[in-house]
Design a protein around this ligand. Structure first.
Ligand code: ADP
Ligand code: G6P
Length: 499
């Protein structure tokens, strides 16, 4: 088994099995913020990525992608149901997002969570060089740091949570709260998106485990675990370069024509998730249409909603509700050849997304709760001519950084409508002033700055930082690699073309 000095461990691998338009087999970058952040960062580094390839059955042997080794972990149908769809996405995900949907608790799910975390820890131990660095990602794998430390104390272990970490009164609902906290404390450094999350964690550790904790350090046995906020970002230069490409600019012009040359285009790009506030946004838009504040010929809304976690009941119900509402709004306000909402559920490559960002006069990013929200950052990075209004939820981690956006509370329907109206009617000078400030921030705080600050803190010397690549040769994020001998069995939980 080949070993690496840097191992990234995440539930999902950065690539998805998908079909190219010419029918060829392609592995494409998986949507979702975690992959968008880490994939450009790790390209051309001698790292190994341990993760799940989607589907069930034996783990397929994947070739390296952009120089990064792919080490797959298999999930059985029961693991998929009870670990991924169950404990990860029907217990932890809703609980960590303010319980906007009811978290469910089943003992069988917890068993699967432990089992799958154990499997990831074992797979990681196999591929990590002696004394190497392991960087564990996100809520699916909170037990991995503790399990790994038990049999590989030589490793330096980092953990980063991409989603919010909830306040104590919510986390305390978890029947296995102590085990989850202990699992995370197996790391040398526990990173969060926001300072408040680190504070919540320190409070919980004190309360549940009775350990001495501040918002920066926690004493565990004879070790010190450091904690802190490291807001994740994007490859700002990559998105800027992509958006500035002449073919992307031409594509944006063509898109505008195809949309009927409206005066203003509003865009939203989300995974179809109840945390994203899609229903609230549609309601606000529909009320603006009803009052005549927004007119169909003048303005169009493009809503990209990529289906996600499709076998989980709450996601199925959400999709039905959204599609019914889009149908109702188009039926009521659209005209022949002029729908009020262009609704798209397909995956797009990076160049097409960049063209969409370029065509959007207003970008509406209004989640009810979001760890960060990289779509908002991608939009800003793509606005190379300093135009475009970003309507942003106060409840997205991004709002702490992009405070010059038009900020709204998505729970407040009137406030949401007012924010949308303000963004649509803003003066070009105001829009440009705000956009320039946000672009300057993202120029400094890009994905490499994030990785540098995290890895420096983990490494306490910074030698690791030099192992990351600084160039990018594949901005489209499409890796054409031969299909492996054993292809993973397709499952509705994978991101496939059309869902
Ligand atoms: P989350 O991680 O919750 O999905 P983020 O906004 O942080 O939310 O990240 C979403 C990522 O997925 C972004 O990089 C975005 O460009 C990408 N994405 C969203 N929808 C699509 C789509 N339809 N096709 C391709 N990529 C998408
Ligand atoms: C969020 C999570 C990631 C996850 C992504 C896509 O960004 O923080 O861990 O990979 O959503 O969700 P999925 O369930 O398809 O992996």
């Amino acid at each position: 088994m080949r070993q690496s000095s840097l191992v990234v461990v995440a539930n999902r691998l950065p690539i998805d099995d998908s079909q190219a338009p010419d029918g060829a087999c392609e592995w494409r970058r998986s949507p979702g913020g975690l992959v968008s952040a880490l994939h450009p960062l790790l390209r051309h580094t001698p790292a190994t990525w341990v993760g799940w390839a989607g589907g069930t059955g034996p783990a397929p042997a994947l070739p390296d992608v952009d120089g990064v080794r792919m080490h797959t972990v298999a999930l059985s149908p029961e693991d998929l149901r009870d670990h991924y769809e169950g404990f990860a996405n029907a217990t932890l995900w809703p609980l960590y997002h303010d319980a906007v949907e009811q978290p469910q608790h089943h003992r069988r799910w917890w068993e699967a969570y432990q089992r799958v975390n154990q499997r990831f820890a074992e797979a990681t131990a196999e591929v990590a060089e002696p004394g190497g660095v392991v960087w564990v990602q996100d809520y699916h794998l909170q037990l991995v740091p503790g399990l790994l430390r038990a049999f590989r104390p030589d490793l330096r272990i980092g953990f980063f949570l991409h989603v919010p970490f909830p306040p104590p009164e919510l986390f305390m609902q978890l029947p296995r709260r102590a085990e989850l906290l202990r699992g995370m404390l197996g790391a040398d450094l526990v990173g969060f998106q926001r300072v408040q999350a680190a504070h919540n964690f320190a409070q919980l550790v004190t309360r549940v485990l009775e350990l001495p904790a501040t918002d920066r350090r926690i004493g565990v046995d004879d070790r010190v675990v450091r904690i802190g906020a490291f807001p994740v970002s994007i490859d700002t230069a990559e998105m800027g370069a992509l958006a500035a490409r002449p073919d992307v600019a031409a594509r944006a012009r063509r898109l505008r024509q195809d949309l009927g040359d409206p005066r203003q285009v509003i865009l939203s790009v989300d995974r179809m998730d109840y945390t994203k506030g899609i229903e609230q946004r549609l309601k606000a838009y529909s009320e603006l249409l009803a009052t005549g504040d927004v007119k169909v010929r003048d303005t169009v809304l493009v809503q990209v909603a990529m289906p996600s976690r499709e076998r989980v009941g709450q996601y199925q119900i959400l999709r039905e509700r959204i599609e019914r509402e889009v149908g109702r709004i188009n039926g009521e306000f659209g005209r022949v050849g002029e729908p009020a909402i262009h609704y798209l559920t397909q995956p797009f490559d990076r160049a097409e997304l960049a063209a969409l960002y370029r065509v959007a006069d207003v970008m509406a990013v209004t989640p009810l709760r979001d760890g960060m929200n990289l779509v908002a950052k991608e939009y800003v990075a793509a606005r190379v001519d300093d135009t475009g209004a970003l309507l942003l939820s106060e409840f997205a981690g991004t709002a702490a950084e992009l405070s010059q956006a038009y900020l709204v509370n998505p729970h407040d329907l009137e406030g949401l409508k007012q924010g949308l109206r303000a963004a649509l009617r803003a003066s070009p000078a105001d829009v440009t002033q705000r956009m320039r400030a946000m672009r300057a921030h993202l120029h400094e705080h890009d994905i490499r700055a994030w990785a540098r600050s995290y890895l420096r803190a983990l490494d306490e010397g910074g030698a690791l930082v030099g192992r990351l690549s600084s160039t990018d040769t594949n901005p489209d994020g499409v890796a054409r690699v031969p299909r492996p001998a054993t292809a993973p069995t397709a499952s509705p939980a994978t991101h496939q073309a059309g869902g």
